[in-house]
Ligand binder design. Structure first.
Ligand code: AMP
Length: 365
């Protein structure tokens, strides 16, 4: 293989970890991002430009063997514009689905994937009608540009409807039934250019304030039936989209069944543990997939857990003194709510993982 150049739309921490994983494969990286200061800076050429700046996109595409992306709000028109010049993987159709919560849920429904009850809502009257059908409590979300719990309102009583609708400021929305889930899980999968598909074990995720805090891999009490149910969800999506690359699907588990919440057509925070905790990380397998190399094994190596570093940096020496801990910092300036890094612990057994996780929770705000 001649030295392939991978263009990455976005230059944040996911792009940084992609480049770190691709370096042993001698891949070359190029990043496109409107921001000049990037976590991925220094790991490849950075092209700063707005996503609709076709002259800058042209420079980005020139000489790239494949383009991928690290966040799902890349404008679909830009992804399609690039796809006319260079392979863009995962396919832009995956972006289109993932950018609109209503289109995404309708897509899941078409594929026979169970979801919370939902309805598209464009007016106050439609919201009233949707509440009458779905019932309360319910969650009102903007269709587009919501992430990490932003652009969401929980409606508990009819009195919440008016104020919540006002706060959405005319944005098109989706109303979802409030799911009293037992826990949140995610599945990460990868599909190669030849259709070969692999899955990592389901992960249990803990959120705080709508932001992922902790992932535990494999999810406690994971049995073959639950893993198979998660894989079935991911496989339907991958095959329908003729997908290439890593896909994450966030799921609610309750009453022994899985409901799909959302998908991310990219490497995902709940898969960061795979760097140390799996035979092949999500980052390496994503790159193998998009450049057309054979996929690596996704089997776990021991037990893993990941804790996000959000808002404030911990004492690195204290973190690294925890047996089995691996610290990843993204080179970002601390700011409240900002993802600055993560720590993965990998241990031989569940008891050691729990002990390490308990210590890390005390060290990381
Ligand atoms: P999202 O941005 O859709 O991933 O939502 C962020 C978080 O809000 C999820 O991880 C859940 O903890 C919670 N959430 C989202 N949708 C629902 C729902 N329909 N029912 C209950 N909780 C939800």
């Amino acid at each position: 293989m001649s030295r392939a150049t991978v263009g990455v739309l976005g230059g944040g921490q996911l792009a940084r970890m992609l480049a770190l994983a691709g370096t042993p494969l001698d891949l070359r990286f190029r990043f496109f991002d409107p921001q000049p200061e990037l976590p991925a800076g220094g790991l490849g050429e950075c092209i700063a430009g707005a996503y609709d700046d076709t002259a800058a996109l042209d420079r980005f595409a020139a000489g790239a063997d494949v383009v991928t992306y690290e966040f799902e709000n890349v404008p679909v028109v830009s992804a399609r514009w690039l796809a006319a010049r260079v392979p863009v993987l995962p396919p832009p159709g995956a972006l289109e689905v993932a950018q609109d919560r209503f289109a995404e849920k309708a897509f899941f429904q078409r594929l026979g994937i169970a979801t919370p009850p939902f309805a598209g809502v464009a007016t106050r009257a439609e919201l009233e009608g949707a509440v009458a059908r779905i019932g309360l409590p319910a969650v009102l979300k903007t269709r587009r540009l919501g992430y990490d719990g932003k652009g969401q309102e929980v409606l508990q009583t009819p009195a919440d409807i008016g104020p919540a609708w006002e706060r959405m400021a005319g944005a098109r929305c989706i109303l979802e039934g409030f799911v009293r889930f037992a826990r949140e899980l995610s599945i990460l999968a990868v599909r190669g250019r030849d259709g070969d598909t692999r899955f990592w074990p389901l992960v249990e995720n803990e959120h705080r304030g709508g932001i992922l805090r902790v992932s535990i891999a494999p999810a406690p009490r994971l049995d073959a039936a639950l893993q198979a149910a998660g894989e079935d969800v991911a496989r339907r999506i991958l095959d329908d989209l003729a997908y290439v690359g890593v896909l994450a699907v966030e799921l609610f588990e309750g009453d022994g069944r899985l409901l799909a919440n959302e998908m991310a057509p990219r490497v995902h925070n709940s898969g960061h543990w795979t760097i140390e905790g799996a035979e092949t990380s999500q980052f390496e397998n994503h790159l193998r997939a998009v450049v057309g190399l054979p996929l690596g094994a996704t089997a776990m190596v021991g037990q893993a857990a990941m804790v996000n570093v959000i808002g404030a940096l911990p004492d690195p020496a204290a973190v690294l003194a925890v047996t089995g801990a691996h610290l990843h910092l993204y080179g970002k300036t601390p700011r409240p709510g900002r993802k600055l890094g993560h720590v993965t612990v990998r241990t031989a057994d569940v008891a050691a993982r729990q002990a390490a996780l308990d210590r890390l929770r005390g060290l990381i705000a």
